[in-house]
Design a protein around this ligand. Sequence first.
Ligand code: HEM
Length: 213
Amino acid sequence: MPLRNTPDTYGSVHKALHWLIALAVIGLATVGLIMDDMPNSPDKIKIYALHKSFGLTVLALVLLRLVWRWTNPRPVLPATMKPWEHKLAGFVHFGLYAMLLAMPLSGWLFNSAANFPLKWFGLFSVPPLAGPDRDLKEIAKALHYWGFWLLAGLFTLHVVGALKHHFVDRDDVLKRMLPGKRAASTPLPLETPLPEPAPIAVPAPEPIPENRP
Ligand code: HEM
């Protein structure tokens, strides 16, 4: 498997970043929704600290993924896709990247405005994004909460799209993102000329006999 992307499949770096980020976000969202309702205890503090550290790691991975995406070729989408499908895929991908940046940034902002400590896996302190601020804390908290539901909606569209490619359209779009697999065939180029239709032979009309008296 190549390290870099090629015009017909993703390379190992892109695939590793894709699945690492997906797993981390599912874990972060699950823990994020549960930890708020936990009774106060040293375990709760540890879980919050882990949520923040993994969240900051996702921010770094998403930035790395964007750099990788901009410096690598992008595999072409199948020519069989309709223009509205191209537009929807572009919108969902843009939204996913935006929310994958917005989630950790709003969490970090909330943590800063609430004046909570922030240490990456207990190794080093991460500077606050803002000073203590009650209003900003509420805004950042709402962004983090509603941002999650927006991310969940985009994520659902993304998964439904990938499954449609695989089971309905039966193309290589999902296969080329799976670990260790290569796309089975190169997608058709966008402009595939259709074959010319065979000319239809039209028989010459019968001569009309002259009606003589
Ligand atoms: C992709 C990254 C992240 C995802 C998907 C995520 C997801 C979530 C979710 C779903 C919640 C529950 C929302 C709620 O009930 O209000 C939550 C809560 C929280 N998150 Fe994150 N998070 C991420 C990154 C971060 C980061 C980087 C930080 C801090 C540096 C952070 C700090 C917090 C805090 C403090 C809460 C609790 C909010 C409260 O007390 O109500 N999160 N997160």
